[in-house]
Design a protein around this ligand. Sequence first.
Ligand SMILES: [Zn+2]
Ligand SMILES: [Zn+2]
Ligand SMILES: [Zn+2]
Length: 134
Amino acid sequence: MADDDLTLPARARTTPQRRAVVAAIRETDGAWTALEIFDRARRRETGLGLATVYRTIELLGREGAVRPLSGEGRPRYVRCHPGHHHHLVCVSCGAVEETELCAAPPARELERRHGFAADSHEVDFYGRCAQCVA
Ligand SMILES: [Zn+2]
Ligand SMILES: [Zn+2]
Ligand SMILES: [Zn+2]
């Protein structure tokens, strides 16, 4: 996943609350929910509100540093590298790996067959990681 250089966008206002949220995300491996980050960050910043957690996740998401996983009931997020990739989510241990392998149909083909102009796509894979398969 990502290195330990997760920071807020340069133009975003930095507050102790937001810093605590970023630190909590940095310390969390694999996928996480906003509530899990809220619980962790609140130990550091007792006055933290859940709205600040959502707002900070949104700010990080704008830069692509954090992304929601697709196809899940409750939204879970992961830290991300920039650039096009998909996630391999282990349902056994919760590890999340990134893969640059992409088998999405070309936008041209979608337009030809469906008349649909695609801007983006999201695909995450669920299964067992190399360690859990072994
Ligand atoms: Zn990613
Ligand atoms: Zn696993
Ligand atoms: Zn793709």
